[in-house]
Design a protein around this ligand. Structure first.
Ligand SMILES: *[C@@H]1O[C@H](CO)[C@@H](O)[C@H](O)[C@H]1NC(C)=O
Ligand SMILES: *[C@@H]1O[C@H](CO)[C@@H](O)[C@H](O)[C@H]1NC(C)=O
Ligand SMILES: *[C@@H]1O[C@H](CO)[C@@H](O)[C@H](O)[C@H]1NC(C)=O
Ligand SMILES: *[C@@H]1O[C@H](CO)[C@@H](O)[C@H](O)[C@H]1NC(C)=O
Length: 383
């Protein structure tokens, strides 16, 4: 009696011990990701779980008093500031990770439910009922999250749905059968992973060029065509001895991908919130990301980088072009569009005229201006 109880105790210690020592790389129908539970890829390169964007911790909570948590994949090994490379629920944050969960649902899909059990994100693939049993999601050391059947067939993978980051091995391009363009879309801000206004993707018209777009329509940078070795508009590619680049175009797809010659080097491409495409390398000795390439070269060449009424000051930018990923402030100033606005206030009704201080603040963009109707005497200038 006593010995069997002892055996039982030993067994449960062994089970608990193994759970504590080996973080799982798999999400199964019986093991959801929730609260602080994460999954870690086999070699420890990447981790998946709930996170809060770095920029969000300053503003501890949003205006409605709730916190914003996302399910993402970030670097686990070496890289110290949390650097998410993929976000599932980009525009649909949850407020309580402990009662939200990422799980394999009965139909075999990977689903994220929030604190009240509502579905906020799904891998959304059609899975026949015969193969939905035994579906698991596996986080690979490449950062790819793969949903697959027990016989190994891949049903869905995160590498085919990138957010703002282009990791080695990921194919950025177009499916020629469906016409689907796999593009990068920047974060709205450093604290908000919702899709921003800039995107990067291959020419939907079928050439080998990549374009950056503002609002999906206005293109403001092009890679030029692939000449077999490099993109015509990116002569620096030849000096990038860290990488192997590949452009593939066949009957089904055209895409571009890259790999690292030294697999111990940690590198990524990202479409920054500023609209710049950046190639970064992790420098362990400096403990930071270093930008080794960026296009457009000058932030000021990003379309609408200063918003509707701003102009970007190239001279102020040129003096301190930074090679590190440290936050760069874009040198924006106010355009004529804004100077016209306060002048419109000089109307008949004196009681509503702004003080000189208010005018200066409006010109500097410190206060927002409600545009009153333009007086008839000034209409000629406003057109
Ligand atoms: C799923 O698999 C389990 C274990 O293999 C089995 O007990 C269960 O009946 C299966 N369910 C369906 C719907 O096939
Ligand atoms: C694609 O082709 C159409 C029609 O020729 C043209 O209007 C459009 O600008 C092209 N788009 C790009 C991104 O080159
Ligand atoms: C972006 O494009 C859409 C539709 O083409 C338009 O309705 C929207 O106003 C544009 N956004 C901006 C910021 O101009
Ligand atoms: C294109 O897709 C078809 C159908 O899936 C496949 O048989 C063929 O091998 C593919 N061709 C290439 C070049 O990948």
């Amino acid at each position: 009696m006593a010995s069997s109880a002892g055996q039982l105790l030993l067994m449960s210690v062994a089970i608990l011990g193994s759970a504590g020592c080996f973080a799982s790389d798999t999400i199964t129908p019986n093991s959801a990701v929730s609260g602080s539970r994460t999954v870690v890829s086999t070699g420890g390169n990447f981790e998946l779980g709930f996170f809060r964007p770095a920029g969000d911790s300053n503003t501890a909570s949003s205006s409605d008093g709730s916190n914003h948590y996302y399910v993402g994949i970030w670097y686990k090994k070496a890289v110290s500031p949390c650097t998410p490379v993929r976000v599932a629920n980009r525009a649909a944050p949850v407020s309580d990770p402990a009662s939200s969960q990422l799980a394999v649902a009965a139909d075999g899909n990977l689903v994220l439910t929030n604190e009240v059990g509502e579905l906020v994100w799904s891998s959304n693939v059609v899975i026949s009922s015969s193969s939905s049993n035994g579906t698991v999601a596996l986080l690979l050391d490449s950062g790819n999250l793969v949903l697959r059947r027990d016989d190994g067939e891949v049903l869905w993978q995160s590498a085919e749905h990138p957010t703002d980051t282009w990791l080695p091995g990921v194919r950025l391009g177009m499916n020629k059968i469906t016409g689907h363009v796999q593009a990068l879309t920047c974060w709205r801000s450093s604290s908000d992973p919702a899709p921003g206004v800039y995107s990067l993707g291959i020419d939907p018209n079928g050439t080998s060029q990549f374009f950056t777009y503002w609002n999906t329509t206005v293109s403001f940078w092009s890679s030029g065509e692939w000449n077999g070795n490099i993109f015509a508009g990116v002569p620096e590619m030849t000096s990038h001895y860290f990488y192997n680049f590949e452009f593939v175009s066949n009957a089904n797809a055209s895409y571009f991908d890259y790999s690292l010659q030294d697999p111990t080097v940690i590198s990524r491409f990202v479409l920054d919130v500023s609209g710049q495409v950046r190639q970064l390398i992790w420098v362990p000795s400096a403990d930071e990301w270093m930008i080794i390439w960026a296009e457009p070269h000058q932030l000021c060449d990003v379309y609408a980088v200063c918003g509707a009424f701003g102009v970007c000051d190239e001279k102020r930018l040129g003096a301190r072009r930074s090679l590190t990923a440290a936050a760069e402030t874009i040198p924006c100033s106010v355009t004529v569009a804004r100077t016209v606005t306060p002048s419109c206030w000089c109307q008949d009704d004196e009681a509503h005229r702004p003080t000189m201080e208010q005018v200066v603040q409006a010109l500097e963009g410190v206060v927002a201006v409600n545009v009153p109707p333009i007086p008839t005497s000034l209409q000629a200038f406003a057109d």
